[in-house]
Design a protein around this ligand. Structure first.
Ligand code: PLP
Length: 250
C-alpha cells in the first residue's frame, strides 16, 4: 500500500481533512438504496442548506465542482441563449468555455487578472442587450485570489434586470459570506474539497424557483447532471446514480 506521510497541505483545495472526518469516513459501506442512506442524504442536504443560507432545493452530486457548474448551465439554458459572463482569471475563463461548449451565445467581459470584476460593465451589457437571459460569475477567482463583488453583481442581475444568475462558488462557499437567498442567487455551485474540508468528489448546487422555471424550457443536452431526476430520486432518499458515500459519512 502506498504510504503517505501527514502533510502540511497549503493548496486552495483540496484542503487538509480533520482527523475526526478521516475516521468517520472509514465506517463500513452502506447500501445506497437502503434506509441508512435515505437518512444520511436527507440530513446532509438539510445541513448544507443551512451553510448555503437557502430554502431553495439543494443537491449533492457525485462530481467535482465543475459538475455543479455544468449542472447549472445545462439545466437552465438552451443553445443560442444569450449570456453575459465576466472573467478575470482561469476559473472565470473555464466557466465561459463550458457555456460555449454547450452552445450558449456569450457576451464576454474580460478584466485584468488580479483585479476584481467591475459590476458596471455587467450593468452596461444588460442595458445594451435586453435579450441577455443570464449572468454568470465566479465569486472567488482562485487563480488570482481575488473575490469579486457578488453582492453588487447579484443586485444588478436580479433587482435591476431580473435575469437568471449562475454563480461559481467553488472556493467561496463556507469561506466567504454568501447568503444565497438574501442575495437572490439562482444557481450556486460548489465542491467538497475546499471550504467544507472533506475530500474531493462531491459537488453541491442550490436551485431557486426561478431556475426551475428556466429548466422547463432549457434544451441543452443533459443526462448525468439532470437535476429534475436528482429531485425525483432525492424525494425517495436516493440519488440517480451510485453516490460517493464516504465523504457524506465524514
Ligand atoms: N471554480 C473555482 C473558483 C475553483 O477554484 C475550482 C477549483 O479549484 C473550480 C471551479 C473547479 O473545481 P473542480 O476542480 O472541483 O472541478
Amino acid at each position: 500500500m502506498l504510504k503517505i506521510e501527514p502533510q502540511n497541505l497549503r493548496t486552495p483545495g483540496p484542503t487538509p481533512i480533520p482527523d475526526d472526518i478521516v475516521e468517520a469516513m472509514g465506517t463500513p459501506m452502506i447500501n445506497h438504496r437502503g434506509p441508512e442512506f435515505d437518512e444520511l442524504i436527507k440530513k446532509c442536504t438539510a445541513q448544507l442548506k443551512q451553510v448555503f443560507m437557502t430554502d431553495n432545493d439543494l443537491f449533492i452530486l457525485t462530481a467535482s465542482g465543475t459538475g455543479a457548474l455544468e449542472a447549472a448551465l445545462v439545466n437552465t439554458l438552451s443553445p443560442g441563449d444569450k449570456v453575459v459572463a465576466a472573467t478575470a482569471g482561469s476559473f472565470g475563463d473555464r466557466f465561459i468555455d463550458m457555456a460555449e461548449a454547450f452552445g450558449a451565445d456569450l457576451t464576454r467581459l474580460d478584466f485584468e487578472w488580479g483585479e476584481p470584476i467591475d459590476p458596471d460593465a455587467i450593468r452596461q451589457s444588460l442595458r445594451d442587450d435586453p435579450e441577455i437571459k443570464a449572468v454568470m460569475v465566479t465569486h472567488n477567482e482562485t487563480s488570482t485570489g481575488v473575490t469579486h463583488p457578488l453582492e453588487e453583481i447579484a443586485r444588478i442581475a436580479k433587482q435591476e434586470f431580473n435575469k437568471l444568475l449562475l454563480v461559481d462558488a467553488v472556493s467561496s462557499l463556507g469561506c466567504l459570506p454568501l447568503p444565497v437567498d438574501a442575495w437572490d442567487c439562482d444557481l450556486v455551485g460548489t465542491a467538497s474539497q475546499k471550504g467544507f474540508m472533506i475530500p474531493p468528489g462531491l459537488a453541491f448546487i442550490s436551485v431557486s424557483d426561478r431556475a426551475w422555471e428556466a429548466q422547463k424550457t432549457a434544451s441543452m443536452p443533459r443526462f448525468y447532471f439532470d437535476l429534475e431526476e436528482a429531485k425525483r430520486t432525492l424525494e425517495r432518499g436516493q440519488t440517480p446514480f451510485t453516490p460517493n458515500v464516504p465523504p457524506c459519512t465524514g
